[in-house]
Design a protein around this ligand. Structure first.
Ligand SMILES: *Cc1c(COP(=O)(O)O)cnc(C)c1O
Length: 395
């Protein structure tokens, strides 16, 4: 038996009939871009998130770019981004002409560290982009405090966090904008590229809708320059079918995560990351305790984690690569999200030193993280194989 890292086809078979109906409806409507299918999807997502507005767009990346454009970010502006995230978070900042300024992250939850963010604020800082990496909310209260103290806009990169909550509020519904992705491997995966923006601000929503269609308002008159960020009707219709099952998918992911944690936490050399009793090696080393070989991810008590990834930390030189190879040999798919922190990416080499100075936690995580299969349709038998692979590695 092989265990893939993810099987994006698995959830479609039981939905085949409904997906077929949605496809036929769009096919026969003759309305293929934006339109009533998207209006309906946007309303359903707005209700689900508890926000006033949802704007469906062409991808998660475009959702971020559109948010930054709607906030008028541009040359001379600085935007705080975590260094440990997918490239798009910072790539979109740079695309507006603004400067991404990288912050370090928390070794327990992997998200933007508010102290690091505060240290990097300058008079040019206009916004911050907390990412809810792997499906767990960033520490929004502390980050919002930094933003409030310095008048920064907050754009949440919730691409991996649809269905996640922070203290009861949906991730992506807290800042000025929340950006979501429907890339096929995300918790709500589409049949191609798509994304959306969420906001409670009427003016920003209106601005984003206009910029989504080339800054056109009214038709063929362009008070400003936007782009084509439109979402297909077909994506909206198909995603609508899957969206009604999202809570179930997320529940399955949470059960899979709980099973891993239960089965792995008793193994020798394994520790669970803990909010109050941080077991990251730097603390253990300082305290003189044993450094765990494997650190399991943890969901903070105030968060509803939606488990887009179950990400281990494998400590010790070369150990992450060794575990990866060991699991691959056992037929278990795994992946490194992400091997290089953004402040070390070649494309950012010309940023000022202040924007990309040393960020020790991000650098360490990039060398230690390994994500193992967590997708909703993963079976217990498959999980047992992953667990057996990890156990034999530790032996
Ligand atoms: C997937 C992802 C994006 C980009 O979404 P696309 O739909 O692939 O463009 C942005 N940020 C993060 C953190 C992501 O995981």
């Amino acid at each position: 038996m092989k265990v893939p890292l993810i099987d994006v086809k698995a959830q479609n078979a039981p939905l085949a009939e409904e997906l077929g109906e949605a496809f036929a409806r769009v096919r026969d409507s003759g309305w293929y871009i934006l339109g009533p299918e998207l209006d309906e999807f946007e309303s359903a997502m707005a209700r689900r998130l508890g926000v006033k507005h949802v704007v469906g767009v062409s991808s998660g990346t475009d959702a971020l770019l559109l948010a930054f454009m709607a906030l008028d970010l541009g040359p001379g502006d600085e935007v705080l981004c975590p260094a440990f995230t997918f490239f798009a978070t910072a790539g979109c900042v740079a695309r507006t002409g603004a400067t991404p300024v990288f912050t370090d992250v928390c070794p327990v939850c992997f998200n933007m560290d508010s102290d690091s963010a505060r240290e990097r604020v300058t008079p040019q800082t206009r916004a911050m982009v907390p990412v809810h990496l792997f499906g767990q909310s960033a520490d929004m209260d502390s980050l919002q405090k930094v933003a409030g103290d310095h008048g920064l806009a907050v754009v949440e990169d919730a691409a991996q966090a649809i269905g996640a909550r922070y203290k009861g509020t949906a991730c992506g519904a807290i800042g000025q904008f929340g950006a979501f992705s429907f890339f096929p491997t995300k918790n709500l995966g589409g049949f191609g590229d798509a994304g959306m923006l969420a906001t409670n601000d009427d003016d920003l929503a209106e601005r984003a809708r206009i910029l989504r269609v080339h800054g056109m308002n009214p038709k063929y008159y362009h008070p400003e320059i936007g782009a084509n960020f439109r979402m297909d009707a077909l994506q909206a219709a198909l995603l609508g079918v899957k969206a009604s099952r999202l809570d179930h998918y997320n529940q399955c992911r949470a059960e899979n995560a709980a099973y891993y944690t239960e089965q792995l936490s008793g193994l020798p050399g394994v520790a669970t990351a803990d909010e109050k009793d941080c077991c990251c090696p730097e603390r253990r080393e300082a305290g003189g305790g044993d450094v765990p070989r494997l650190i399991l991810p943890v969901a903070y008590g105030h968060n509803d984690h939606c488990w887009n990834q179950y990400t281990l930390r494998v400590t010790g030189d070369g150990q992450r690569e060794a575990l990866r190879a060991h699991l691959a040999a056992a037929g278990v798919g795994c992946e490194v999200y992400y091997p290089m922190p953004l402040h070390h990416q070649a494309c950012f080499r010309d940023l000022p030193e202040r924007a990309r100075g040393s960020l020790p936690v991000s650098e360490r995580l990039a060398g230690e993280v390994l994500s193992i299969p967590i997708f909703p349709e993963l079976t217990r038998g498959q999980q047992d194989l992953v667990i057996a692979g990890i156990r034999s590695f530790l032996d």
